[in-house]
Design a protein around this ligand. Structure first.
Ligand code: NAD
Length: 509
């Protein structure tokens, strides 16, 4: 990939805020720098929104809402489908852009374009399936009509680790439902969202339906939007700590909220598991996105009888990983997002080693430009180690050993999070017991990657509220209305109880 090619792509990405269909500079002309984590270089400078810009974006979303909500679902569907088609055509550009600003290997970035695009396709299909109900009340005195309506203008806040897919996973169902949005991407990866918003405009999304504000002061820009009574929905993906703060803010306006928060996924390997499959699954579940995924396996809970063999095989695989800038041929492990992430991985590994863990491979930052941490396998991690409690968000695979199924369940559930769990066993009955016993919103049974646009993605416990994707995803952007009408007068042969409206009988309120 030539430098000129990258520079030409970067120069084409919009660098301003997108509000009411116009590209405009931030109030006061502030800008923020975007870095390549593989080199530390500034690759682009974009508008740095102030609170006034955020409110201007909400103005645009509120103004566009009535017309967009009234647009025929088929029309909304066709715009989303066009966006899906454009995304396919522009896969290479978008993948390269993500690799530059976020660091993931190019092959994974292409995978994210495919995954992120699926939300546009899936919700283009769901847009025409917003259903209601019609039926008699139990007394037979009336007809109950249940209809669904878009909730209104939405604020969408997305993280840096999946900059495209986390945006389409929110924008697509919102638009399908008839909502308008303000999207605020992570400060570290604004380019992908700006590129996407341009693509949505090209697909025919009308002015004001999607607005984008990039900013280095997320709290200051978002809070006035969240306080504004015109906002009716907040959808957030990010850390649990920020999600909790946003829930407090959202409580004031009794906003609908969706929260996709942190994870601490257990990856349980029983002694009857197919170890080849388990090692493949472990590599996918741990090292995808260089470990920077909310679904990343955080704790490998492995039966003592197979733990040594599992550790040996997984270490062998990890030692063969090519580390490099995501554009380099064959690179499987890219940089971490920033120096803070490297320091966090180092601190967690240091703590585990002090408590007795063995480093099978890796175990330190890599001395080269950019923010790289060596892919690492830790064995015999002691209870109480910080990395069993905290999200590692880096390429560190930590193994603990267990003896009985009850112990595996206790260890797997011993976390405040409940996003996803992975289980490897050849015993169907045991697999079914694990489905029943694990406290998790999602589970991979003999598979290491569960995400799919057609599935309800979301967590239990402190991993979040609501679901994205699946038939559930569009519901997050719809509100229900129940209407009672009198029973219709039915001419012809008398039908007891149906012959005339009769709502005069006293009934409970
Ligand atoms: P983060 O919470 O620091 O930031 C997420 C977003 O919130 C960013 O856009 C950030 O600018 C914004 N933000 C930060 N403070 C804010 C405030 N006070 N008000 C409004 N917005 C604010 O998280 P991150 O480091 O970008 O992402 C990593 C986290 O995201 C991990 O915990 C990961 O597990 C989680 N995540 C969860 C899912 C999921 O679907 N459950 C998916 C991806 C990432």
């Amino acid at each position: 990939m030539s430098q000129d090619h990258e520079s030409a792509l970067l120069a084409r990405v919009p660098d301003r805020l997108y509000i009411g269909g116009q590209w405009r500079a931030a109030a006061g002309g502030r800008t923020l720098d975007v870095h390549d984590p593989a080199t530390g270089d500034v690759v682009r400078t974009v508008a740095d929104a102030a609170p006034a810009d955020g409110l201007a974006a909400l103005d645009a979303a509120a103004e566009a809402f009535p017309a967009w909500a009234a647009t025929p679902p088929r029309h909304r569907a066709e715009i989303l489908r066009r966006a899906f088609d454009l995304l396919q055509e522009r896969t290479e550009e978008l993948a390269l852009l993500m690799t530059i600003e976020m660091g993931k290997p190019l092959a994974e970035a292409r995978g994210e374009v495919a995954y992120g695009g699926e939300f546009l396709r899936w919700f283009s299909e769901e847009a025409t399936r917003i259903h209601g109900r019609y039926g008699p009340n139990p007394e037979g005195t009336g007809r109950m009509v249940v209809s669904q309506h878009p909730v209104g203008p939405c604020l969408l806040i997305t993280p840096w680790n999946l900059p495209l897919a986390m945006a389409t996973r929110k924008i697509a169902p919102a638009l399908a439902a008839g909502c308008t949005v303000v999207i605020k991407p992570a400060e570290l990866t604004p380019l992908t969202t700006l590129y996407l918003v341009q693509l949505l405009e090209d697909a025919g999304v009308p002015a004001g339906v999607v607005n984008a504000v990039t900013t280095s002061t997320a709290g200051e820009v978002c809070e006035p939007i969240i306080r504004d009574p015109r906002l009716r929905k907040l959808s957030f993906t990010g850390s649990t700590a920020v999600g909790q703060r946003l829930l407090e803010q959202a409580a004031r306006g009794v906003l609908r909220t969706s929260m996709e928060l942190g994870g601490n996924a257990p990856f349980v390997v029983f002694d009857d598991a197919d170890l080849d499959q388990a090692v493949d699954g472990a590599v996918a579940a741990k090292f995808r996105n260089t470990g920077q995924a909310c679904t990343a396996a955080n704790r490998f809970i492995v039966h003592r009888a197979v733990a040594e063999e599992f550790a040996r095989r997984v270490t062998e695989r990890v030692q063969r990983f090519a580390v490099g800038r995501g554009t380099e041929d064959g690179a499987m492990i890219g940089p971490l997002i920033d120096a803070r992430a490297v320091a966090k991985a180092a601190a967690l590994v240091g703590d585990a080693v002090r408590r007795g863990a063995t480093v099978r491979t890796g175990g330190s930052a890599i001395d080269r430009p950019g923010t790289f941490y060596a892919p690492t396998v830790l064995d015999d991690v002691a209870p109480g180690s910080d990395l069993l409690r905290e999200e590692i968000f880096g390429p560190v695979l930590a193994i603990v050993r267990f003896d009985t199924e009850d112990e595996a369940v206790r260890l797997a559930n011993d976390t405040e999070y409940g996003l996803v769990a992975y289980v490897y066993t050849a015993d169907l009955a045991r697999g079914q017991r694990m489905i029943e016993r694990l406290e998790t919103g999602m589970m991979g049974l003999n598979v290491g990657v569960v995400s799919n646009a057609a599935a309800p993605f979301g967590g239990w416990k402190m991993s979040g509220l609501g679901r994205e994707g699946g038939a559930e995803g569009i519901q997050e952007y719809l509100q229900t209305k129940y209407t009672l009408t009198p029973s219709p007068f039915v001419p012809g042969p008398a039908t007891p109880g149906l012959s005339a409206p009769s709502l005069s009988a006293p009934s409970p309120s």
